[in-house]
Write a protein that binds this ligand. Structure first.
Ligand code: RB5
Length: 143
């Protein structure tokens, strides 16, 4: 699948690592920046990735900042985007299976490389369960 990825200066090193990782899983990564460690504003990259997902140019998004929180707040302003901050495998699995999350947000200052790889693997492999969860996801957009 095609995955749009982005990060700020706090997440750029992990983002670069995860780009290679998801490509190794057989996905196509569309890296929307940042590049380098100069200080940047995380919403700029969250909006790039969220726009790509909302427009159907990417199936899933991956955003990395210090905590993942600011990226999720910005990405979730986009209609059709459900961004989830995940720190462990259970959260990553449930965010896909129950919430149909389409953007994974990771905190580079919170989780290590190994956990981050596992989050990406689980997020990309887990299917949305639909059924009663579809009704609930529909209600997210219905407010
Ligand atoms: C940058 O220092 C930090 O605030 C940012 O990466 C992120 O954690 C915001 O949510």
């Amino acid at each position: 699948m095609r995955i749009a990825i982005g990060a700020d200066h706090a997440g750029v090193r992990l983002k670069d690592h995860l780009r290679t990782f998801v490509e190794g899983l057989g996905h196509e990564a569309d890296d929307l920046g940042t590049e380098g460690t100069d200080s940047v504003d995380y919403p700029d990259f969250a909006h790039r990735v969220a726009s790509a997902v909302a427009a159907g140019k990417a199936t899933l998004g991956l955003l990395v900042c210090g905590t993942g929180q600011g990226m999720a707040m910005a990405a979730n302003r986009h209609s059709g985007v459900r961004a989830a901050v995940c720190r462990d495998s259970y959260e990553a699995r449930m965010a896909r299976a129950h919430n149909d999350a389409n953007v994974l947000c990771i905190g580079a200052r919170v989780v290590g490389e190994g956990v981050a790889e596992e989050l990406c693997r689980i997020f990309t492999e887990t299917e949305f369960e639909g059924g009663r969860h579809q009704r609930r996801v529909d209600k997210i957009a219905g407010v």
